[in-house]
Design a protein around this ligand. Structure first.
Ligand code: ZN
Length: 295
């Protein structure tokens, strides 16, 4: 029996949950967007705010009703369907990162899809919650019929054997995990650079700082897939210029955020946010500060 047949059998034997996924959707002139939940992360309460002085951090916690002990942002994958292509941005965390994440299979099933229906996978960056859902239990790519696309700079960074030694202890496991997975698809990956159109209607925008080669994407001139260039609905909007240890290069990430939010409000882009409540929203501007509005 071929492995694929075995997988098909075992999936068919499962009763996949179909309820409980209130996916947000929107319609573009030529495509449909669906936000698929991969669950949520479970992180320390100061994950985003640790760079601020205590008074400002306490003010933000109070304003946004944040738990000081635990931070549990949602993980929302963007699915872009134009009738012929089912394009998935990032692949979620898979089973090996944290128990609260890696729920994509159920979300796909709720949308009437399986991994095999995905025609293209486009990566924002190679962090665990965005990449580690790539492989199955046999270490084969889960999306058997998909083309894989990634920014060249992001790929080169994680495949560089020096990265594990230079990235710092806190992220060393990210480097090992990324290289192991990217190695599997290295020969089939298609690369793109800032400003290029990796797929028709999808423009890449280099948004470095969270990771060195992080990419955001503009869909049909209307929607910005942010990845983690804007990774929370509180500090990132209220004080986009504030450095956060949740970014690998906090100052560069802050500069990227300031520029991105300026573009989002100037061009009135819808935000498809990986870690933003509801997945889809928009921003309003008040001077140098912004507000995220879900929906
Ligand atoms: Zn993330």
């Amino acid at each position: 029996m071929k492995r694929r047949d075995f997988m098909a059998l075992s999936v068919a034997a499962l009763t996949l949950p179909r309820a409980g996924f209130a996916a947000s959707t929107m319609t573009l002139p030529d495509a449909k967007l669906t936000m698929l939940s991969d669950g949520n992360l479970t992180l320390p309460g100061d994950f985003v705010l640790a760079g601020l002085d205590a008074t400002e951090a306490a003010g933000i916690r109070q304003k946004f009703n944040l738990d000081p002990d635990s931070y549990t942002p949602p993980c929302n994958l963007t699915l872009y369907q134009d009738g012929t292509r089912n394009v998935l941005f990032d692949v979620g965390a898979g089973p090996d990162f944290m128990p609260s994440a890696g729920k994509l299979e159920a979300a796909l099933a709720a949308a009437g899809l399986s991994h095999d229906d995905i025609t293209h996978v486009v990566f924002t960056h190679a962090h665990p919650d965005h990449l580690w859902g790539l492989l199955d239990d046999f270490d084969d790519p889960k999306f058997a019929n998909a083309e894989y696309l990634m920014g060249r700079a992001e790929f080169d960074y994680w495949m560089d054997p020096n990265t594990v030694h230079t990235i710092g202890d806190a992220r060393a496991s990210f480097a090992v995990g990324a290289a192991r997975r990217l190695e599997v698809i290295a020969d089939q990956l298609q690369f793109f650079a800032d400003g290029e159109e990796p797929l028709a209607g999808i423009t890449a925008r280099l948004t470095p700082g969270h990771t060195p080669g992080h990419m955001a994407f503009i869909l049909g001139g209307k929607v910005l897939v942010t990845g983690d260039a804007i990774s929370n609905d509180h500090l990132a909007f209220l004080r986009p210029d504030a450095a956060s240890p949740s970014d690998q290069d906090p100052d560069l990430a802050a500069a990227t955020r300031v520029s991105l939010l300026d573009q989002i409000t100037a061009d009135q882009l819808v935000i498809a946010g990986f870690h933003l409540p509801g997945g889809l929203g928009h921003a309003t501007r008040d001077g140098d500060s912004y507000t995220y509005i879900e929906g």
